[in-house]
Design a protein around this ligand. Structure first.
Ligand SMILES: [Zn+2]
Length: 467
């Protein structure tokens, strides 16, 4: 099977140029001008950008949290991703207490099986740091897992202490695995939570008081220090504020193997959105919490100056009004108290258009930087480059045809995510994907899904790079 994409403008993390792209079966085989089209399906990309498909390095599909499960499973979440121009994601498999890390991955493989639309990999989260689990870490590379997550927060659930963090980093260093941290000080959060709840402070806005910015900065600095001592590669997920990003800038300036991710919502949702009267603020409960417009500006600056190198979503969808009509319970579980709100914000579908419109059209980042932040850098950091994350001979033909003039108003009424609200409701964006191609096959074309469930393939990942 041959396909040729003609007349488009190819955009990579480094270059923008007019060229045809020839695809044979699942791979890009040639890029050039006036390529011969005999025997190939011709796709006319006149007026369109030809970019590597988006890669979301941080998602939670079909994830249990606080007595319920996310609204999106692998089918609805990956389908939404494809509509939004994302062709690959890396989801978090959680080790269960008493189980091995590999059993965690197997459990998540089962959740994905038969439902996939886009390509995917798994990080695994170390939640039961027994000696066996720590010793198991290097063997993760055998099952294509080259990233291990450690929570410095969620005490009593996922959190591990600094002893476990240190030992895990020694092992990830040994096996060339990326160590990822959720960096907030879980001890402080647990104490603050108890204080607030016992004082009867139960409205959603108190979620903010339990997650002060200083302790995100502190935990980030601690993770960076341990990475420096052990020599581990460290990827700090969902960085939300200047307190933590400044620590990242310092760590990178010292030459440590550290890098940071932010997520779309931290540039658009703020503390004031959680402080509204009533329960509405529950929609934006996530950890670390949403911060301030000043932090958003700091994040944009940090994305531009390479202090931050990836934009992910941390997609974790819970209905605002769930638990009815056969739907999973959602945010309403927190009506008795903010500490019972399932944490998370949906966004797997919106990341690419929202960052493109506000970042590129908004003059905050270049087009090439957009590709780097949303595709190339996550591919490198997660051990998938150059198979994924670029347009190059030999790479998977994961391509998004992007119409820079197409306008769209984001809304829960029209989105494809299986959740009853949208974080970017009413946002008018200019620049939308019109065709999503994965391994040479058109997956979404002009608003139509073109593949069956099960199309997406598991990606074996290795050799993660600090970008
Ligand atoms: Zn997450």
């Amino acid at each position: 099977m041959k396909t040729i994409i003609k007349n488009g403008t190819v955009v990579t993390a480094s270059d923008t140029f007019k060229a045809d792209v020839l695809i044979e079966d699942e791979k890009i085989v040639m890029i050039g001008t006036e390529l011969p089209a005999e025997g190939a399906d011709v796709v006319d990309a006149r007026g369109l950008l030809v970019m590597p498909g988006g890669i979301d390095a941080h998602t939670h599909l079909d994830m249990p949290f606080g007595g319920t499960d996310t609204a999106d499973d692998f089918y609805t979440g990956q389908r939404a991703a494809a509509f939004g121009g994302t062709t690959c994601h890396v989801d978090f498999a959680l080790q269960q207490k008493g189980q091995t890390l590999k059993q965690g991955v197997e459990m998540w493989q089962k959740k994905a099986e038969g439902k996939t639309i886009i390509d995917y990999g798994f990080h695994v989260a170390l939640t039961d740091p027994t000696e066996e689990s720590i010793n198991e870490i290097p063997s993760l590379v055998d099952i294509g897992v080259c990233s291990l997550k450690v929570f410095q927060a969620y005490k009593g659930a996922f959190m591990v202490d600094d002893t476990a963090l240190y030992k895990a980093m020694q092992k990830t260093k040994e096996a060339d695995i990326m160590l990822m941290t959720h960096s907030e000080n879980g001890d402080a959060i647990a104490l603050l939570t108890d204080e607030l709840v016992s004082a009867g402070k139960l409205d959603p806005k108190y979620h903010l008081d339990a997650h002060p910015r200083e302790i995100e900065g502190e935990a980030t600095a601690r993770a960076i220090a341990i990475a420096a001592v052990t020599g581990a590669k460290l990827y700090v997920v969902h960085m939300s504020c200047s307190d933590s990003i400044e620590q990242m800038a310092m760590g990178r300036a010292k030459g440590y193997n550290v890098m940071g991710e932010t997520c779309t919502q931290y540039m658009f949702k703020f503390e004031d959105d959680m402080r509204v009267p009533g329960f509405e603020g529950a929609k934006w409960a996530c950890g670390p919490p949403v911060r301030t417009p000043e932090d958003a500006q700091f994040i944009w600056k940090s994305l531009r100056d390479t202090t931050l190198q990836t934009v992910a979503t941390d997609h974790c969808s819970f209905d605002y009004e769930g638990g009815k009509n056969g739907r999973n319970a959602g945010k309403e579980l927190g009506k008795e108290g903010w500490h019972k709100i399932p944490n998370g914000i949906p966004g797997i579908e919106d990341r690419m258009p929202v960052i493109y419109h506000n970042g590129v059209n908004g003059g905050k980042i270049s087009l090439n930087r957009f590709v780097a932040l949303t595709s190339t850098n996550p591919a490198k950091a997660m051990g998938m480059y150059p198979r994924k994350g670029t347009i190059s001979a030999g790479s998977d033909a994961d391509i998004v045809l992007w119409d820079p003039k197409k306008k769209h108003t984001i809304s829960a009424k029209t989105h494809h995510m299986n959740v009853d609200y949208n974080a970017y409701e009413g946002m008018e964006v200019e620049g939308m994907p019109v065709r999503t191609i994965i391994r040479g096959t058109t997956v979404v074309d002009n608003g139509e899904l073109c593949v069956e469930k099960g199309f997406g393939k598991y990606v074996y990942r290795k050799n993660p790079q600090i970008v």
